[in-house]
Design a protein. Structure first.
Length: 145
C-alpha cells in the first residue's frame, strides 16, 4: 500500500475545519488572498485582506507589508473582516512585520476578525501582542492618538 502526502489550501482547510468547527464556510477552494491598501490620512493605512492567508499566499502579504514600511512611522490597520482563514505562516508574517514596525515607532493592529480568527488569535496568545478592534474605524481612531 502506497500513501501520498497531500497538501494545499483545500487539504489544510479541511484539517482546520476539523480542529476549529466555527470556521466560516469556503465557497471556493481557490479563494486565494486578495489585498487592498487604502490611505485614510497621512499616517494611517488600512490593509484589507480577503480570502485565505496561508503558505501559498503569504509572499504577497510580505511584499505588501514591506512596501508599507517605507513610511517614516508606519501605522497599519489590517482589516480582517473578509479574511476567511489564516494559518501559522500568515500569523508569523504579521509578527515579523509588527517587530519591524514597532522598532520604527509605528503601530500595527487588527480590525474586524471573524469568530474563527478572533478565536485563533486568542488561542495562540496574539490577542495580547496585537491591538484588536471590532471595526476599522475604531482602529483608525486609536492609531491617531
Amino acid at each position: 500500500m502506497t500513501s501520498r502526502y497531500l497538501d494545499g489550501p483545500a487539504v489544510r482547510r479541511r484539517r482546520a475545519e476539523r480542529i476549529y468547527p466555527g470556521i466560516p464556510p469556503n465557497q471556493d477552494e481557490s479563494d486565494a488572498m486578495q489585498a487592498i491598501v487604502t490611505d485614510h490620512c497621512s499616517d494611517v493605512v488600512v490593509l484589507s485582506l480577503r480570502g485565505e492567508l496561508d503558505a501559498d499566499t503569504t509572499n504577497r502579504l510580505h511584499e505588501l507589508l514591506a512596501s508599507l514600511l517605507d513610511r517614516p512611522v508606519p501605522k497599519i490597520v489590517v482589516d480582517l473582516t473578509d479574511l476567511k482563514f489564516c494559518d501559522s505562516v500568515g500569523l508569523s508574517t504579521f509578527i515579523t512585520a509588527k517587530q519591524v514596525i514597532s522598532a520604527r515607532g509605528g503601530w500595527l493592529s487588527f480590525a474586524g476578525p471573524n469568530p474563527f480568527l478572533a478565536g485563533l488569535l486568542e488561542t495562540v496568545g496574539l490577542s495580547r501582542y496585537f491591538a484588536i478592534f471590532p471595526e476599522v474605524d475604531d482602529a483608525i481612531a486609536a492609531a491617531r492618538i
